[in-house]
Design a protein around this ligand. Structure first.
Ligand code: GDP
Ligand code: K
Ligand code: MG
Length: 312
């Protein structure tokens, strides 16, 4: 193996903030690949997602988190908050993401948690592309700078990729000298099955409007790869294919009908969009079969949540 330079840096970076400030979008653009699902809806991210970026003798291991928020009604909300809080343990650096256009009580909630943190905190002011009056940016940075002692404050547009090179450099400064923990071409520690289920969940979140059942989960029933073969009769090659069967779990019969849609159109669209993303992610042909099943009570049942891959 190649020699690891003595000045190699490696460490964990938690990405925290209230829902919808653009944490997942930021992680995807920092690692240069779509890994964490995003949408306009809060609570799109439900699990901690690890995304690994290795470049220029630096390996940053990002931990994207569900947004922290006040409402802790059901077990699933509590677990999401716990997952976000626990991401603050054992990391070398925290990125506190805020929306440049607004500061709300949920931001305050996250700030209070960070004031007690031992590690450096960088405030990332996201969505600067939405600021019309550019001269308001400097006063905004100054104002945020008074909230607590940040190691740095970096304005970016995650969506447009603006100022991310600079953010990469700032992040690297705060990572310890250490050899890489993961292979340099590794992107995540999550399984392909998990990533497949997240892709389906993203398409549902994006396809359904306000009628969207939050209480919905995707379970991968089977994930099988059929290797490439040659058709013996025709001599033609048949490419390798991934066969993925997934069940969409909802709480009530009415929700099942919403997900399926008129004449099954919604489900068909969800399946088609998910398959296209999966083919990009896994770089091969995918056959996806989706089912919808009613399984009441899962989102308020800690045991059921754990079996679906939730953890804190
Ligand atoms: P999260 O809940 O904090 O993970 O937020 P997401 O990454 O899911 O993003 C929430 C919404 O904000 C999505 O519709 C994103 O496209 C949008 N968004 C994220 N970053 C930016 C940005 O830099 N500029 C703009 N205009 N929108 C953004
Ligand atoms: K979101
Ligand atoms: Mg997210």
């Amino acid at each position: 193996p190649a020699e690891i330079p003595a000045d190699f840096r490696c460490g964990f970076v938690a990405i925290v903030g209230r829902p919808n400030v653009g944490k997942s979008t930021l992680m995807n653009h920092l690692i240069g690949q779509k890994l964490s699902i995003t949408s306009r809806k809060p609570q799109t991210t439900r699990h901690k997602i690890v995304g690994i970026d290795t470049r220029d003798n630096v390996q940053a291991v990002y931990v994207d988190t569900p947004g922290m928020h006040k409402k802790e009604v059901r077990a699933i909300n509590k677990m999401m908050n716990r997952a976000a809080s626990s991401a603050l343990r054992d990391v070398n650096l925290v990125l506190f993401v805020v929306d440049s256009m607004k500061w709300v009580p949920d931001d305050e909630l996250v700030l209070e948690k960070l004031k007690n943190a031992d590690m450096p905190v960088i405030m990332v002011i996201n969505k600067v592309d939405t600021i019309e009056e550019k001269r308001t940016l400097l006063p905004l940075i100054e104002q945020h700078g008074k909230r607590m002692k940040f190691s740095d404050i970096v304005p970016v547009s995650a969506l447009r990729g603006a100022n991310l090179e600079h953010l990469h450099e700032v992040i690297a400064k705060y990572l310890p000298f250490a050899p890489p923990m993961y292979a340099i071409d590794q992107l995540t520690d999550r399984s392909e099955r998990f990533l497949a289920s997240e892709i389906v969940r993203e398409k549902i979140m994006r396809q359904l409007g306000e009628e969207l059942p939050y209480d919905l989960a995707v379970q991968i029933e089977s994930f099988k790869e059929e290797p490439a073969t040659i058709n013996e009769k025709t001599g033609k090659p048949k490419p390798a294919c991934l066969y993925i069967d997934a069940t969409i779990l909802v709480e009530r019969q009415g929700q099942k009908l919403i997900v399926i849609g008129d004449k099954g159109r919604k489900l068909k669209q969800i399946g088609m969009e998910a398959r296209i993303d999966m083919e990009k992610m896994f770089e091969q042909k995918v056959m996806l079969t989706l089912w919808v099943k009613v399984k009441g009570g899962w989102s308020d049942d800690e045991r059921a949540l754990k079996s679906l891959g939730y953890s804190d």
